[in-house]
Design a binder for this molecule. Structure first.
Ligand code: DOR
Ligand code: ZN
Length: 404
């Protein structure tokens, strides 16, 4: 297939040849070719939670979002915390991707678990890194004692594995819960898991990375206080990298009113004052990547009252339209979109395999979010009018025409 006269990020016009055995010529002067998105943070729910998502539906959602590689999290059922569970998970994933006929590129995180710290080094060549939940989230993976946390960072440094932290301080949020928990008010979630809950954990993780010389990736950074800590650490030469999410960039605590339980996510939505700080941190390179933290739950689960409603929201499909809408509003440059969605994650996680995967975006197309391929069937972005939609995703030489 040839996409004729397509724009590149560098501002040139080229004919993009895809060697897919199809001689069709597509007039593409209205399209822009970007490297396909790498989503470093998804929860595709296999095994055990497949009523929420699986790799057949998840892969379709990824392709719809111009994404051809994902890093999947270990908080499944059973959790991915041993070589055995890791291998079993891969078998299931490969079979579901075959069913979808979508050979999505993927890597898996191993979850750090107190009882299974010996497994970390064992699987180092089979995983993208170690995921540490410093505070409880969905599932019951958590490292909330200093001894185990030290051990993880020590192993990671020795084995040259990256530590990806869910940085929320378990003790502090447990202490706050009785004061703020209110089953009739989802917004209490942001009070229980307040800014200090995040900053305390980020501070500790940075100290450990510094002490042991480990490489640290701070997942879903959502506050200006975390940004300040990471900025300082980067200046001091600590090997620390930061991710933010679409929901922390585009939603704040006002969203509880319209979304109710659908807005409940860990770390929680923040006061609006944090949003400009996130955009500024992207501009300055303090935030390196955007991970969708695609965490689907069914609507039935999300409609439960506070305390029973699980945390997390889907998001993999709409990262690019959201960012292109921000581009139109002057909040971000095209170059930064490429850094955030593809380039930096490849560098940080040492993805050496090259690929010729592309996402072809119509930057001027405006459309409402109306549907999703995610098995959960809903999106917090539903009804939003966004400008800049992927029209084709190219993966391993195959062209996927999208019906956004
Ligand atoms: O909101 C969240 N949902 N945060 C997490 O850390 C986990 C995720 C999930 O798996 O549902
Ligand atoms: Zn997550």
């Amino acid at each position: 297939m040839i996409f004729q006269n397509i724009a590149t990020v560098a501002g040139e016009k080229i004919d993009l040849h895809i060697d897919d055995g199809n001689n069709a010529i597509v007039a593409a002067s209205h399209l822009l070719a970007l490297p396909a998105r790498l989503d470093p943070h998804v929860h595709f729910r296999t095994p055990g939670l497949e009523h929420k998502e699986n790799w057949t539906t998840g892969a379709q959602a990824a392709i719809n979002g111009g994404c051809t590689m994902v890093f999947d999290m270990p908080n499944t059922l059973p959790p991915t915390i041993t070589e055995e569970t890791l291998i079993a998970k891969k078998v299931l994933i490969d079979s579901q991707l075959t069913d979808a006929n979508i050979p999505l590129r993927y890597r898996l995180f191993i979850g750090a678990d107190k009882q299974h710290l010996d497994q970390l080094a064992k699987v180092k060549h089979q995983v993208i890194g170690i995921k540490v939940f410093m505070g409880c989230s969905t599932g019951n993976l958590v490292i909330d004692d200093d001894e185990s946390l030290h051990a993880v960072f020590e192993i990671a440094a020795k084995e040259k594995m990256i530590v990806a932290v869910h940085a929320e301080d378990e003790a502090l949020m447990c202490a706050r819960k009785p004061y703020f928990q209110d089953e009739n008010n989802y917004a209490c979630h942001s009070e229980i898991r307040n800014v200090e809950v995040a900053t305390r954990a980020v501070e500790k993780a940075i100290q450990l990375a510094k002490h042991y010389g480990a490489k640290l990736y701070v997942l879903h950074v959502s506050t200006m206080e975390e940004i300040a800590l990471i900025k300082t650490a980067k200046t001091e030469g600590v090997n620390v990298y930061a991710e933010t999410t679409p929901h922390h960039l585009f939603f704040n605590t006002d969203a509880y009113l319209a979304l109710g339980g659908k807005a409940v996510v860990n770390p929680p939505l923040r006061e609006s004052i944090h949003q400009p700080a996130l955009w500024q941190a992207i501009k300055e390179g303090v935030i390196d990547t955007i991970g969708s933290d695609h965490a689907p739950h069914t609507l039935m689960e999300k409609n439960k009252k506070y305390g029973e409603c699980p945390s997390g929201m889907p998001g993999i499909e709409f990262v690019l339209p959201l960012l292109f809408t921000a581009l139109k509003q002057g909040k971000i440059s095209l170059e930064k979109i490429v850094d955030l969605t593809a380039k930096r994650a490849r560098e940080i996680f040492d993805i050496t395999e090259t690929n010729e995967d592309w996402v072809l975006v119509d930057p001027h197309l405006t459309a409402k979010v109306e549907k999703t391929a995610s098995k959960c069937g809903w999106s917090p972005y539903m009804g939003l009018k966004l400008t800049g939609w992927p029209q084709y995703t190219v993966m391993r030489g195959k062209v996927y025409a999208l019906k956004n």
